[in-house]
Write a protein that binds this ligand. Structure first.
Ligand SMILES: [Zn+2]
Ligand SMILES: [Zn+2]
Length: 378
């Protein structure tokens, strides 16, 4: 790849007579003869516009030997005595003949930043939406957390038990013969055994019959291959583009080096492969009917009472092959705020329940959510 080198000449403005755009090769203003001084260095040489994509200066390069010689002379320095700017390769001030001293200020040669890389599409609005959503989520979660904490904070009140209630139920179950179906290879023939006082029973598997082949499920089997194509993208060289680097020589000239760089583009192509195809194949197995036993509800009775009535169980007469399932519920109705309806509070055992009576004054610890946490006699 060939490099193209150009020397670009800057311009400066005279601070004494307001002459603008003086070529850098002139160290003195052609109008008023005032030398370019250190104070002018702060306003810098002007080099005009640069193409943003390539980094190439829009100015013509200079080719005359006098200008090229000045560009090669090194960074300018400023006379410590009279302030005039001097060529880097001149040891004496051309205005006052003073020698270049250690403390003389000078410009510096430096590499300038290259052309800007293409910037990917901005995601500004999208990320804004994401931030709003995240913020909303945060507020929502934080808010519900605070609310959750507040709901579980407790307070103590003086209250009263205004009622007690209990409810009991007994379900009578009988170990009864049934017909079921199952897969032959999962069934083990076994005689049934009846329960004694509701325990020790074995359901059993007996009298296998009516066995038929039946679909039990399916499995995947290979069924040849087929060609599958997917569209993919890859990078491909697609011509060249010019890129330029620029070096400021510190003396009103710049050296620009341009070269052609290979450019890469996305190219889509078909990526095809032979892939195994699968199909579902049904699985069959033998399914049979058989005799067995299971618990069935045959009766259910409930009892209930309130306000000092003693809890009692319903009266059922089970057979030896029966069992009884018992449920019990105990509740207290408590008030602690005038004018509000009583709150029901459930207790686990009969023993707990019997410790409380209707009309009894109590201390009650309640959460802000209205849940009774603790109950004490008062
Ligand atoms: Zn001037
Ligand atoms: Zn001087």
């Amino acid at each position: 790849m060939t490099k193209r080198i150009r020397i670009i000449e800057g311009t400066w403005n005279c601070s004494s007579c307001d002459t603008k755009g003086i070529a850098a090769r002139h160290k003195r203003c052609p109008t008023c003869n005032n030398p370019r001084e250190l104070t002018d260095a702060e306003s810098e040489f002007d080099f005009g516009e640069t193409d943003a994509a390539t980094g190439k200066s829009r100015r013509e390069g200079v080719t005359d030997e006098k200008a090229l010689d000045m560009a090669r002379a090194g960074a300018d320095w400023f006379c410590a005595y009279c302030g005039a700017s001097n060529r880097g390769d001149h040891p004496r001030c051309k205005q006052c003949k003073a020698e270049r001293s250690q403390d003389a200020q000078a410009l510096r040669e430096r590499e300038l930043p290259g052309p800007a890389r293409p910037v990917p599409a901005k995601k500004g609005p999208v990320s804004k939406v994401v931030w709003v959503l995240l913020g909303g989520l945060f507020l929502c979660c934080f808010g519900s957390m605070i609310y959750g904490v507040w709901m579980t904070r407790t307070q103590d009140y003086a209250g009263e038990i205004v009622g007690t209630a209990w409810r009991r139920a007994v379900t009578q179950e009988r170990f009864s013969p049934v017909t079921k179906e199952g897969w032959r290879d999962e069934l083990r023939l076994q005689p049934a055994r009846m329960p004694v006082n509701g325990t020790g029973e074995v359901a059993g598997v007996q009298n296998l019959r009516g066995c038929v082949q039946s679909r039990r499920g399916s499995r995947q089997v290979a069924d040849g291959t087929h060609r599958v194509c997917r569209t993919k993208t890859r990078k491909k060289a697609c011509g060249t583009e010019e890129k330029c680097r620029t070096r400021d020589k510190g003396n009103g000239f710049r050296e620009e080096v341009c070269e052609d760089i290979t450019r890469y583009c996305d190219e889509s192509y078909e990526d095809c492969n032979e892939e195994t195809r699968y199909r579902d194949e049904p699985i069959y197995a033998t399914r049979c009917s058989y005799d067995t036993y299971q618990w069935k509800d045959v009766a259910r009775q409930e009892t209930a009472g309130k306000d000092g009535e003693a809890p009692r169980w319903p009266d059922l007469a089970p057979r030896p092959e029966d069992r009884l399932q018992r449920e019990e519920h105990y509740t207290l109705r408590i008030t602690w705020k005038k004018g509000e309806p009583p709150v029901e509070h459930a207790l686990q055992t009969e023993q707990e329940f019997l410790a409380w009576k209707k009309g009894q004054p109590v201390s009650v610890t309640v959460t802000n959510g209205g849940e009774v946490k603790q109950l004490r006699a008062r």
